[in-house]
Design a protein around this ligand. Structure first.
Ligand code: HEM
Length: 287
């Protein structure tokens, strides 16, 4: 994904430069912000970033452009999906059976989005693994956070809200809410795509922008890329799981999650090895 992502950025840059030279062969060399047309996110980002009238200090590197275009989050979500499929061969088989019912290797977006078990697997990956496990906000005014269930403090006083003051930091525990037993039931800590056939009433109170989970957050500053990301992830899983079988190449106890905004896999036995998820990948051959 990284190699192809950087290649796409290089190709877009070259095309933008060629286009701007053609339009103004006489006067200037380079792009100006007013030249920025084009509708897709990557073109807008690259054109704005290449404009000669923004200061050098405000420019993004190609790696930052790649991360911004959603590469980090979607690729780590896909990695955790392969991890769970490797850990649960029965779920992997059931998913492959569904994917192989599609008569083509290149389905349309609507065809990919119509596969019910793939939908459940992706929802469960996003709930269970929550690639962005938490985020923060700062209160802009004094306020009261209302509570679903009142709580009793050390002095025996009952509260039905939590007062916050202007400037207080507020941590939003995405992963904790996505795995709360009070909301999801006793099996909340298990990876179980089938739960999406019949979800508990309690989750309807979670104000997530998608599927009553907080993975893409909610409200006016929720993720703008979530639909794109779901299609991208489904297309990757569709292609990979139809063609290959996945097994973990190390004991599951050796894999741990570390969060640097996005949760990535590391090996306990190789603390200096960087982020990795060793898998044994075999071509799928039907019996
Ligand atoms: C699995 C994939 C993804 C996950 C889990 C994810 C998650 C999130 C979360 C939790 C936020 C809110 C962060 C905060 O305000 O603290 C967010 C914001 C955002 N996401 Fe995503 N994201 C994903 C993919 C993408 C993609 C593919 C794009 C772009 C194509 C994207 C673009 C954005 C943008 C621009 C914001 C900021 C929105 C705003 O502040 O108004 N995301 N994302």
């Amino acid at each position: 994904m990284r190699r192809i992502g950087l290649q796409l950025i290089a190709e877009k840059k070259a095309a933008i430069l060629a286009d701007s030279r053609e339009k103004s062969s006489a006067a200037k060399d380079g792009v100006e912000r007013k030249d920025v047309h084009g509708r897709d996110l990557l073109t807008l980002l690259i054109k704005a970033n290449m404009a000669s009238d923004i200061p050098e200090s405000q420019r993004l590197t190609d790696d930052e452009v790649l991360a911004l275009a959603g590469h980090e989050t979607t690729s780590s979500a896909t990695t955790w999906c392969l991890f769970s499929l490797a850990e649960h061969p029965d779920i992997q088989r059931k998913l492959r059976e569904e994917l192989l019912t599609m008569p083509t290797d290149s389905p349309t977006m609507d065809e990919i989005m119509s596969l019910p078990y793939l939908e459940m697997v992706v929802k469960e990956v996003m709930r269970y693994h929550s690639p962005v496990p938490m985020t923060n906000r700062v209160a802009t005014k004094d306020d009261l956070i209302p509570l679903n269930k009142p709580f009793t403090d050390k002095r025996g006083q009952v509260h039905d809200s939590i007062p916050i003051s202007k400037g207080d930091p507020v941590m939003i525990p995405i992963l904790v809410i996505n795995r709360s037993k009070a909301l999801w039931g006793e099996d909340a800590h298990e990876f179980k795509p089938e739960r999406w056939e019949n979800t508990p009433e309690a989750i309807s109170s979670i104000p997530g922008v998608w599927s009553h989970i907080l993975s893409f957050l909610g409200g006016p500053r929720s993720c703008i890329g979530y639909r794109f990301s779901l299609v991208e992830m489904k297309a990757l899983i569709f292609t990979l799981v139809r063609a290959f079988e996945f097994e973990l190449a190390v004991p599951v106890t050796d894999i741990k999650k570390k969060s640097t905004i996005v949760q990535r896999p590391f090996l306990i036995s190789e603390p200096k090895g960087g982020s990795q998820m060793p898998l044994i990948i075999k071509p799928y051959r039907p019996l």
